[in-house]
Design a protein around this ligand. Sequence first.
Ligand code: MLT
Length: 425
Amino acid sequence: MIKANENFLQLKDSYLFSDINKRVSQYVQQNPQADIIKLGIGDVTRPIPRAIIEAIKKSAKEMENAHTFRGYGPEQGYDFLKEKIIENEYKGLDIKSDEIFISDGAKCDTGNIVEIFAKDIKVGITDPVYPVYLDTNVMYGRTGKYDENTNRYSNIIYINATEKNNFTPVPDELEEVPDLIYICSPNNPTGVAMKKDVLKSWVDFAKENKSIILFDSAYEAFIEEEDIPHSIYEIEGAKEVAIEFKSYSKTAGFTGLRCAYTVVPKELIIEKEVYGNVACLSNFEALEKHPNSVISVNKLWNRRTTTKFNGVSYIIQRAAEAIYTEEGKRDIKENIEYYKENAKIILQGLKKVGITCYGGINSPYIWLKTPEGIGSWEYFDILLKKYNIVGTPGVGFGTNGEGYFRLTAFGDRTKTIEAMERMSS
Ligand code: MLT
């Protein structure tokens, strides 16, 4: 019989959100009358703006005509969308079209990127963390054994994000230097966003140590405070050390349509072999003078993309393009404001009943401290059974998440208000 990939056997039994779904389904089966309010997974509820729907209809119509029909598109995405991205998201930041890769989701990209780096590199992830970063490294075989007592894997550098550092770790707190550093800001799950000076300290650290930052800014549209970068490339020198992941899921309601993009700057390089002399050169000089020793990450990601991906459908890329029309921008902003208002309602509701919470300002996520320090899963059960509310147990995002719980502002307004009323009853 064929043997399973042993890396997969190191994974915990199921993916966090599948686990939650299973528990909720079981509860509903036993309590069919329960009126469940879902504030668990960060899935949007506002409908897709009209400009986007019109673009979908129009491009679908093109498919029925032999002259306008499209088959395979460029694996990296159509220029019409990339141009809009450069114009709207990276104005003045010198991002080029061939540094942008359109994809079907930031989840897939952050998961797939792990395979272009050597297996024995050191990976640094925050604890708590979006589980995809960790699980995909486990699947790739980069981690050691899972320890049930600590809820942690060996061979991973866990970067603590706790109340003590306001859920914003800085490089000075590291005991070991990671080669690959995952940063998600505004953060999933804590909802806390990184200020510019802190992000700069990570970029400087990465430059000094030749590390690479994987910057996930899927929740960037929720930023409202000054001094919080919308893109890591706002930090000088970041193009030499960072890959950025952006998604239309939470911004434009594309969780079902699927479209995102990843920016891999050309000057980002990695070693083919240990070669000391490149350290004193700029990345472009190193590429030019030592092509046998270093390689551009962009080139590798492009190679991977062209081999394993056939691109996002033309219709969906046209839909994404419509995000940048005046009407699209206006409606999307309105949806984001709607969710932000939900976040305020949740923050106020929780504070009213004396619950300490974080996030919810530059983010759709509210990270709350469970009352009386009860366990995250125990709190999950209380909310489900007593109030029929579904949230996400903090411990599902890592050891430091124990005693915390995440609620999302992506729900329907009336239901969000009702959830808070139930919790204060
Ligand atoms: C979450 O709830 O953490 C997100 O919706 C998951 C995701 O974006 O994949």
